[in-house]
Design a protein around this ligand. Structure first.
Ligand SMILES: [Zn+2]
Ligand SMILES: [Zn+2]
Length: 102
């Protein structure tokens, strides 16, 4: 199940389950949209993949107990910001490749 992490790894901004600003990579590395667009340039610093908007998990039990009440968001903060210069070196070649071809 997707781990709904509570904050942006880069700037530690709160990203509650209903946030429309949360972005994730395929390994669930979680950042805010502003950091993905600026410092990260849509390159995940942990895996080199791209990002997509994180889906909203329903807060209401619409069907089959598949909702936040049964499967709450994680509270484990992963604040491990990248050094922007180091990330530029890491991401400069990768960034030229479209995410679907990385
Ligand atoms: Zn951020
Ligand atoms: Zn990643």
């Amino acid at each position: 199940m997707l781990e709904l992490r509570p904050t942006c790894e880069q700037c530690n901004k709160a990203l509650p389950p209903e946030s429309l600003e949360a972005r994730i990579c395929s390994y669930e590395c979680t950042f805010c949209a502003a950091c993905v667009d600026s410092v990260l340039g849509n390159v995940c610093p942990n895996c080199g993949g791209g990002f997509a908007p994180r889906p909203i998990r329903p807060s209401k039990n619409w069907k089959g107990e598949n909702f936040l009440g049964k499967n709450p968001a994680s509270t484990k903060v992963n604040h491990r910001p990248v050094d922007p210069a180091a990330h530029t070196r890491f991401g400069s070649a990768i960034r030229k490749i479209p995410p679907e071809k990385r």
